[in-house]
Design a protein around this ligand. Sequence first.
Ligand code: AMP
Ligand code: ZN
Ligand code: ZN
Length: 419
Amino acid sequence: MHPDLRGFALPAAFLAAVLALSGCSTIHPPKGAALPAAPSDPLLLVSIDGLHPERINAQDSPNIARLAAGGVQARWMTPSYPSLTFPNHYTIATGLRPDRHGIVHNSMIDGELGTFRLSDREAVGNGAWWGGEPVWVGAEKAGMPTATMFWPGSEAEVAGVRPTRWHVYDESSSDAERAATVAGWLLEPEPTRPRLATLYFHAVDTAAHTYGPDSDEARAALASIDAAIGDLLTRLAEGGRLAHTNIVLVSDHGMAPVPPGNQISVGDMVAMEQARLSSIGQVVLVQPKPGFEAEVEARLLGRQDHYECWRRAELPARWHYGTHPRIPAIVCQMDEGWDALLPQQMEARARGGMRGSHGYDPALPSMRAVFIASGPAFRSGAVIDPIDNVDVYPLLVRLLGIPAADHDGDPEALLPALR
Ligand code: AMP
Ligand code: ZN
Ligand code: ZN
């Protein structure tokens, strides 16, 4: 780490010491009483897919640990239902629950638009799938340039607006390349420098799925991302920009171990000719075919071995899920550590070892996500109570000084993070 980095939290500590010496009892101004001192400070939103807060430590992720120690860390952040990548990244960007922004799953079916899959570039880039107003759209509307190094939704024109700079998702680009591009943006002179930038890393999620969340591979993936973030922070510090950049680092969900054999075939859940499944995995979305409604309901509804199913209108209220037309009649939720697979996937998977999955109940400790914030707007060395991921959006718009669009968050929830 660049030596300047260790100093970037100093002003707060210094101020605290001076105030303490002078007998003044108020270290910080009233929380959130004002917008950040320099409203033009750029905001960098970073996501590490699948990172659980308890995985952050000085050995595996020294730069992230230091960022948290010098800024604010929530004990954890609760993801929205379902605890999957696209629904939650877009919730963080909009402050809307998936039931309201319409990205109700990574895989879904819409009566008019057809099917949506992460690998379908046309669907992912079609703004008709993406509801609400992501924060980069609000910023662009306010005349602020934005730039995204990947974020679900950022490839689509949403409400007629795209980030000034955006990239088609490319999983093969390295952690270092992604971070270096973003560092370059944030070091540009004021007229072109983005006011809001995003940076997304997939590799912890990928390794943890394949080898388990406690694997050496998942640790190595985190170490690589941490090094890329360390280089980014060093470059900002060397360019004199670190003290003027607010950084919010999140994850979308955590990860649970899936022991070998913890798998069921969706063909054993429901007769495939009686229902259309828009998704498998941990949240199985089931639309009975006409004439088979009663039979499919009788087979699925209620508690089953390793999963539970509800009619969409009867889902647990705390999931805030079940009204969007893309959610079919029945939602089946797998128990923690269990996967529902296609019949043809069963054999190969059964030969494998420990794996990892998410998509389980967001209230489970294993599904907890990360929230860390650091920079001139944030307190230094503070640990705050758990937050909900719909509360990030009102913080982001506050930092940018732009109006909030309709959202489900609590604008007060993150005031304890601010100076
Ligand atoms: P999940 O199935 O919920 O684990 O989703 C994680 C996967 O989403 C990772 O393998 C990423 O490569 C992929 N992913 C993340 N962002 C994007 C994007 N913008 N477009 C397509 N795929 C993405
Ligand atoms: Zn994810
Ligand atoms: Zn994943």
